[in-house]
Design a protein around this ligand. Structure first.
Ligand SMILES: [Zn+2]
Ligand SMILES: [Zn+2]
Length: 414
């Protein structure tokens, strides 16, 4: 089968790291560690697993981060990953083979797959305390049990990923897609679930003022989730491009601040200060301070600069929710102490508690879609065939020109 595989070869990694500063396309050139390859289909690891033929494979910011070598070589994520990896953890597919021990699933069913390879798929019994609490994204056994080391489908080489023609998943990872949800919408359920999870990790109270930093798929998802789950919060979005502003307003942002590439930090802080009636102060070397601020900030970018901004954009004892994939970086942590700011991390999905019910974050999104409280039309803007992966990556990197919000590989196209 064909799959997009990312390896880790130190000499190539170093060459790309240097040349990539000038020409980003080197990260998907012949010099890079990325290839479209012909490989054996992954075997079913047990009789309670199924084989899935992906229909669409979403391209996630974390995939792009891995391809563009954004993570630091000392990142702790490396402790739970073994290269090479067959990429793709988002998407929708059809079951095409069912193990003898599988109950309740059949070939031909359309499914989305919770990618985490936690205690359940690893057949670890009793499960770790985090999995027992329904927080399987925080599993403590990612290198134990019946499977090799690997955090999830799409970051290992034994399950296959959605950027390939076949993958395997444990029956506990499957969620049926109802007929009313089309393939394109189903592909968006995973990234939108991460945004819904962020809003459920900390839900603003009625009348609270909220700012969302970043208007990629997660930022827009957080705006949409706030509009549905905390409709009485007042939401401001920081977006870079006109199409992001338009979508942000459509999904419920009352106000949008447009950040421009190369803008002065002081101007950005002044815009925020003006909106919340705060006061801006200049520190040395362009560093900024703000007194007063929002009640809650969702950082959907995940750089040192965006986390720094987030901690300064909240008022004293305000809350920052970190929704993006962070890395080893420099952050001004003064507000943690000086403003008694709380920072809440959020990663992946879990068994959520909502309106007295327990449900997987995917099920929350599915129920919002089915009750028409959430409409994701227009977010999947670009699809590519696997063979077009270089064109896909080029388009994503230049999203200012392409109007791209979310892209996916479309295995249905010949
Ligand atoms: Zn993702
Ligand atoms: Zn676990």
């Amino acid at each position: 089968m064909k799959t997009i595989r990312l390896d880790l070869k130190p000499a190539r990694w170093l060459a790309c790291k240097i040349l990539g500063q000038v020409t980003p396309s080197v990260y998907w050139s012949r010099l890079s560690c990325l290839r479209l390859r012909e490989v054996d289909r992954p075997a079913l690891p047990g009789d309670d697993w199924v084989r899935i033929r992906p229909l669409l494979g979403g391209i996630c910011g974390t995939d792009i981060g891995a391809i563009l070598q954004r993570s630091h070589p000392a990142s702790i994520l490396r402790c739970f990953t073994r290269f090479p990896i067959d990429l793709g953890h988002e998407g929708v597919g059809v079951i095409e083979e069912v193990g003898k021990g599988v109950a309740g699933w059949d070939t031909g069913q359309r499914v989305i797959v919770e990618p985490m390879l936690s205690c359940g798929p690893r057949r670890i019994d009793p499960a770790c305390p985090r999995c027992r609490a329904g927080q399987f994204s925080l599993c403590e056994n990612l290198s134990e049990g019946a499977l090799p080391r690997g955090v999830m489908i799409g970051t290992n080489h034994f399950t296959g990923g959605t950027w390939g023609e076949s993958l395997v998943a444990h029956q506990s990872q499957l969620f049926a897609v109802p007929d009313s949800v089309d393939d394109e919408t189903a592909t968006l359920i995973d990234p939108i679930a991460c945004a819904v999870h962020a809003v459920l990790r900390h839900t603003p109270a009625a009348g609270q003022r909220v700012i969302v930093i970043g208007a990629g798929i997660v930022g827009l998802g957080v705006v949409a989730a706030l509009h549905t789950l905390a409709p009485e919060a007042e939401v401001t979005l920081i977006a870079r491009y006109p199409h992001q502003e338009e979508l942000g307003r459509r999904f419920g942002a009352a106000d949008v601040i447009r950040s421009k590439r190369g803008e002065k930090k002081a101007d950005r802080y002044q815009e925020v200060a003006d909106r919340v009636g705060g006061k801006r102060f200049d520190a040395m070397f362009g560093n900024q301070a703000l007194s007063g601020g929002y009640d809650v900030v969702y950082d959907c970018i995940g750089t040192g600069e965006s986390l720094t901004d987030a901690m300064k954009f909240v008022h004293g004892r305000g809350t920052v929710v970190e929704c993006a994939t962070p890395t080893i970086t420099v952050v001004d942590t003064t507000p943690l102490w000086f403003a008694e700011v709380s920072v809440i991390g959020c990663y992946g999905r879990c068994v959520e508690r909502l309106n007295g019910q327990e449900m997987h974050t995917y099920e929350v999104v599915l129920s919002l879609l089915q009750s028409r409280r959430l409409d994701l039309t227009g977010l999947l803007t670009h699809t590519f065939r696997l063979e077009q992966y270089r064109e896909a990556l080029g388009t994503i990197v230049q999203r200012s020109r392409s109007g791209l919000v979310k892209a996916a590989f479309d295995h249905r196209r010949l």
